[in-house]
Design a protein around this ligand. Structure first.
Ligand SMILES: NC(=O)c1ccc[n+]([C@@H]2O[C@H](COP(=O)([O-])OP(=O)(O)OC[C@H]3O[C@@H](n4cnc5c(N)ncnc54)[C@H](OP(=O)(O)O)[C@@H]3O)[C@@H](O)[C@H]2O)c1
Length: 325
């Protein structure tokens, strides 16, 4: 009979990357589900690039379920200026954690990839089977290559050893706990901070990178955490799963929406000499919809609560992230 893999209230659950956007949302979700044996370690306590330290941790604590949400993550600028770290750190973190999870008897591991693993010019919306069918976007190629290696590694442990690994490919995420450091943040939190600061200083104009024409999709991280915890229990197959909302908008439309939520009424200017990234990135979510999961949080409501969080924790969030950079 197949081994029971139910996430019970007393299951030992490791959330790797628990201080990050995704990891912190998963911890909140697990707490809401009543899980009281959630294992967490900050990078300063356990550097997941350190194989010996990771093995020692797994030997001592024997996590049963592993959410692998630790990674070096960033926007276009951070990706293109630090390709060595994006490739090295992500390869090291995922290799160490996936191998140790299998070696020390974890029941199941959930790996987070990203929508940037898909070819730059993939047909839209992007189906899971488009993986490795064309060249990647160059601005985040190092990160994407590492993520592809990670999901292939997770798949290989499943195929060869029967280790239950599942891989989710979330679209662009945002929400409480996001990174608001302008050097390394993603587009949505960067806009929140830029418009907030422009409103506060009375600036008449905000210039944003690129042409404003690329189309992007945004998923609230609480929706992702709900999906991840549910799939950890209910999904056990080698197929990747896209996680998104199934709708996108242009960067210019997003800017107008964020400016409205923040209350910034100055001019929004685009600088076309800066890179745009992939022209369009909308995930096909029919596979996850067929499993019964749908995103619940509309974009405007999600941006409003993220802005509330930013105002409440702005100085703390910014300094944490600037300290990490
Ligand atoms: N954010 C998105 O839009 C998005 C979209 C698609 C997929 N994803 C995926 O979701 C996962 C989590 O992303 P996120 O946005 O939550 O990232 P994040 O906010 O940057 O958090 C990353 C976490 O990883 C930890 N970490 C980084 N390097 C580490 C190391 N060497 N040792 C131990 N811990 C380390 C950090 O720990 P410290 O806090 O201690 O430094 C942090 O808690 C990633 O795999 C990412 O690819 C994210």
């Amino acid at each position: 009979m197949a081994e029971q893999v139910r996430l019970a209230e007393d299951s030992r659950v490791l959330v790797a990357g628990h201080r990050g956007l995704v990891g912190s949302a998963i911890v909140r979700r697990l707490e809401a589900l009543g899980c009281h044996n959630v294992l967490t370690r900050a990078r300063s306590e356990l550097d997941l690039r350190d194989q010996a330290a990771v093995n020692q941790f797994f030997l001592e604590h024997r996590p049963e379920f592993v959410f692998l949400a630790a990674a070096r993550v960033g926007g276009i600028q951070a990706n293109s200026s630090h390709p060595a770290e994006f490739l090295h750190d992500n390869l090291a973190i995922q290799t160490n954690v996936i191998h140790a999870s299998w070696r020390y008897g974890a029941k199941k591991l959930l790996f987070f990839g990203s929508s940037c693993i898909y070819p730059r010019l993939a047909p839209q919306p992007i189906k899971e089977e488009y993986l490795l069918t064309g060249p990647l976007e160059t601005t985040n190629e190092a990160y994407a290559i590492a993520k592809i290696a990670g999901l292939k590694l997770a798949g290989a442990y499943r195929a060869q050893y029967g280790f239950r690994t599942i891989s989710l490919m979330p679209t662009n995420l945002y929400g409480p706990g996001d990174n608001f450091d302008l050097e390394s943040s993603h587009v949505l939190p960067a806009m929140i901070r830029r418009f907030h600061e422009a409103k506060t200083s009375g600036a008449s104009e905000v210039t944003l990178w690129g042409t404003g024409t690329p189309r992007r999709e945004f998923l609230h991280v609480e929706d992702l955490a709900n999906a991840a915890c549910s799939l950890m229990e209910n999904y056990d197959a080698p197929n990747l799963l896209n996680v998104g909302v199934g709708e996108d908008l242009t960067i210019a439309e997003l800017a107008a929406l964020v400016a409205r939520v923040v209350g910034y009424s100055g001019r929004i200017v685009f600088d076309p000499s800066r890179p745009d990234g992939t022209p369009r990135k909308l995930l096909d979510v029919s596979r996850i919809h067929a499993l019964g999961w749908h995103a619940q949080i509309p974009l405007e409501r999600g941006i409003t609560s993220t802005y509330d969080w930013y105002k409440r924790y702005a100085s703390q969030a910014v300094s944490t992230w600037e300290a990490r950079a």
